[in-house]
Design a protein. Sequence first.
Length: 180
Amino acid sequence: MTTALIDPVVIGRTAAVYGVKGWLKVRSFTEPMENFLGYENCFIQRQGQWQPVVIEAGREYNKGLLIKLQGVDSPEEARLFSGCDLAVAKTDLPPLEADEFYWNQLEGLQVFTEHAERGRLLLGRVDHLLETGANDVLVVQGDEHSIDRRERLIPYLPEQVVLAIDLEAGTMQVDWDPDF
């Protein structure tokens, strides 16, 4: 296992302690949720520092996941790891198809729309995404460079609302009314 984490991608967060043998409940940010258990080189952020951890065991439980970290054998020890982000190196993520993106790739992109009278308008930057069930939603935050400082919730619907994404340029083109 590597000992330094370069370009971390958060894939989950530990929650409450489960049972008496040091297991932790985990909220997975992977899709599908079970993909979280497939990563071998995992890191946990404690006290602002990333440190390697070995997931000794893991399984689905109710609508979430449970993990057992190597060397953590009691509820008291597990409590020390509760509420921590879990990450992998960006290079450990599986490759995507040409038209697919990881959420972390979309965060920070400048979002533009084309207005009939006003031309190309900057709505803001993608702050984060929300999973709603029906479709994912981009949370676009306006800033000093955008048309205003409003927060906009824009559905992530490729080809319908999201027209183009250029990761190299750091931009996303959407079909969205700037007044909405």
